[in-house]
Structure formats: C-alpha cells, structure tokens
Ligand binder design. Structure first.
Ligand code: PLP
Length: 409
C-alpha cells in the first residue's frame, strides 16, 4: 500500500478517539454519514460566533455570511469540476433537492414520456421520479441490476431506452453493495435519445473524484454529511439550464441561479462546515502531493481505499459463515467502493450489528433505503444485510479487527 498520511488523518477526527467498553471504536458506518474533522466542528461554531446572520444585510455579519457561501460554492464547483460557482445549489438534503427537481422536470412530461430508474439505487433516486411520473401518467421502467454481481449492465439499459425516454436516474455507486456504475456510458446513451441524466453521487462522494464534465450528466446531487461535512444537500446543474428553467420560488427572490433555486434561508452554519470539509481535503492533498487540489485528495483517498477493499475481500473469503453480496473478487476492487453488504449464516443482521457494536465495531444493518435492491436479493423479510463501510480514516488494523470480530460472532 502506498504511503498515505493515515496518522495525520485520524488526528483530525475527534470522534475516532471514542472507546466502547475500553475497546477503541471502529467507525464503519460512513455510508450512513461520516465523522467530521475538528476543523469542521470549529467552522460551524465559529460561524455562530462571528458571522451569524442572513444574506442581503448592509453590515459585517451579513457580508461574512455572503463570503462564506460564495467560497463554499466555488470550492464545490471545483469538487465537481463544474464550470461556474452559480451551478451549485444548496438545499436541505439530497432527497429534498431531488423531489424539488422532479416536480420542475415533470412539467414538460406527457403520458407518452418514459423514465428509467434502477433497482440498485437508494430510494431517494427512485420515488421522487415515480411520484412525479405518476402525476403526468408517464411510464417508469426499471433498469434491474444483475444478481450475480449486484451491478448494472449497459446491455440491459439499451433494451429499455427509446426515443420516448425523457430521464434516466442512476447512482454513481450503490450505498448498499458498493458497485460503481459506468455513468459516462449511460450519458452517451441518454444523449442519443435526448434524455436528461440525473446522477446520485451521495454514496460515491467520499470515495473518489467526481467530474461532471467527464461524466456528461445533466444533474448531480450529493450530501456533505457523507463527505466529512455537516447535514446539507448540494445539487449541480448547468448554468444555462438553471437560468432558462422556471423554478418554484417566492416573490421577490432572485430570478438568477443559484438564488432562484434555493428556497428560503439556507443552513449557513452547514455551508461553513462544508467549506471546512473541503479545506480539510485540500490539507490532506498537500500531505500526499505538491498540490492542494481536491482532485489530488480524492485520488489519494481512492488509492488508499482500494487497498482496504483488497485486504477485506481477500480475507473474508476464508470465513465460511459470511456471504458477501456484490463484487467479491479482490482483483475487481476497482469496480466498487469499500462498502460491503454481508450476511452471517444463521444470524439476523440486526443481532449481528448489535453484537459487533458491543465489540466496538459500528456497522449498519437493514436496507439503508436501497429497498428495491434488498427486495430483489430476496432479503426484505430477513432483515436485509449488515453493511461494513470503510472510508479513508479507517486503518489496515481496523480491517483486521473487523475480520476477527466477524470470525468469532
Ligand atoms: C446513495 C444515497 N442516495 C441518497 C441518499 C439520501 O441522501 P439525503 O439523506 O441527503 O437525502 C443517501 C443517504 O443515505 C444515499 O446513501
């Protein structure tokens, strides 16, 4: 494994010092929300101390708030490789932003329109589209994942797509089983028929570089609490679309993006924390390369996490009681994030998660809102799966301790 400043990384996250029954806690709950660096905690509280206000005032704290929002937008534009800071729209969370966007897009749909969603996705990228389509009498088709590797196959999409397709909604990576999706190829197919492409980047965001130009999508949403920041959602769309499309807004809110898309008062303290989370990533980049670029940070995180995935999958195969759902070949780690869905023979996932929790290993159990995925795997009635989710603050030793804990359960 290449040298990664893991000791420095861990020092930045105060929560990682937690002990449970005198055992150091191992945080493997990242896919449900990551821990945050001290600098994020400080930025949120500093906002209240020095800048707490609303936008548009002729005084210092209001100007401070504006400056924080502008800097955060610019940093997120870099994070996504967006062309303009105004292409970044803040909102309550990814789910709310997606519901809002679905209502706007649905205005142009007709009963003959067709949408494509997937069975790999979190329901936040399924139900908003289904509900909006139902209001218009439009058809929703499901791009089913292949059960053998819990991955989406482009051949299956080709069979669903037609010149009636108006929207494809797909994730960059599954929050339950970790499989990546070839969104670039999906975008090419969508373009051929003039369909819009909405990408859910919530799960992928803490694991690697996001480049909206390279992906070729029309919309991309994610949530800062999954990439070391506070609870807030972020949507990216092209400036021309944001400018030309009518939004649901009150009078006399701005007619220009992003203001026309950001209803009501935003969580400025969370925006301050999001900016600090991205600054933390820049700081990490400077420790692994000669730059402070967010790309460099995410590339080094990706390389480090590939090692953790390989280590986990190589060893878990020896545990005869464990079944891994999704890509389980250690040579194929490049096709997934380090998020693993498991079941232990003869043990309900909630019981397994509770027992692991007592040993200081914090994992989620259930469906994680990936309801269609869990149902298609036939696990809805059996409590779903255990989700072991590594992020870059986890260590090689923690992977070993997790494997041991699974062994003795
Ligand atoms: C892949 C994925 N998409 C969407 C969501 C919903 O995000 P939010 O909580 O910001 O609405 C989650 C949350 O777990 C997720 O993992």
């Amino acid at each position: 494994m290449e040298s990664f400043p893991i000791a420095w990384v861990r020092e930045q996250f105060p929560a990682l010092k937690l002990s449970i029954d005198r055992m150091p806690a191992i945080f493997l709950d990242g896919p449900g929300g990551t821990q945050v660096p001290e600098s994020v905690i400080r930025a949120v509280s500093d906002y209240y101390r020095t800048s707490n206000s609303n936008l548009g005032g002729q005084f210092l704290t209001s100007r401070n708030t504006l400056a924080i929002v502008q800097r955060a937008r610019a940093a997120l534009a870099e994070f996504f490789n967006a062309s303009h800071a105004e292409e970044i729209v803040f909102g309550q969370n990814m789910t709310s932003l997606t519901f809002c966007l679905s209502r706007v897009l649905a205005k142009s749909w007709a009963p003959a329109s067709e949408l494509i969603v997937t069975s790999l996705d979190h329901d936040a990228n399924v139900s908003p589209w289904r509900l909006a389509a139902a209001e218009k009498g439009a058809t929703v088709k499901t791009w089913e994942f292949r059960k053998e590797n819990c991955s989406l196959d482009l051949e299956d999409l080709r069979r669903l797509i037609s010149d009636r397709t108006v929207l494809i909604a797909v994730t960059l990576a599954s929050n339950a089983v970790g499989s990546l999706v070839d969104v670039q190829s999906v975008a090419k197919l969508a373009k051929e028929v003039g369909a819009k492409l909405f990408v859910d980047a919530v799960h992928f965001a803490p694991h690697g570089k996001i480049d909206v130009q390279m992906l070729g999508c029309d919309f991309l949403a994610c949530s800062a609490y999954k990439f070391f920041g506070p609870h807030i959602g972020v949507l990216w769309a092209r400036r021309e679309w944001l400018t030309q499309t009518e939004s649901f807004k009150v009078r006399p809110a701005s007619d220009e993006p992003p203001g026309k898309w950001e209803t009501g008062t935003q969580s400025f303290e969370s925006i301050a924390g999001t900016l600090a989370a991205l600054d933390y990533l820049r700081n990490l980049a400077s420790r692994t390369s000669a730059t402070t670029s967010l790309n460099a940070a995410m590339d080094s995180i990706r390389r480090y996490e590939l090692g953790l995935s390989e280590q986990f999958l190589s060893s878990i195969a020896r545990n005869r009681r464990v079944k891994v759902y999704g890509i389980s070949d250690p040579k194929q780690v490049a096709k997934r994030t380090p998020t693993f869905a498991l079941r232990l023979e003869g043990m309900h996932p909630d019981v397994a998660a509770q027992k692991l929790g007592e040993r200081g290993v914090l994992v989620w159990s259930g469906h994680f809102y990936a309801v269609d995925l869990i149902e298609r795997l036939g696990l809805s009635e059996q409590g779903g799966v255990i989700r072991v989710g590594f992020v870059h603050y986890n260590t090689v030793e923690e992977v070993d301790r997790t494997l041991e804990a699974l062994e003795v359960l």
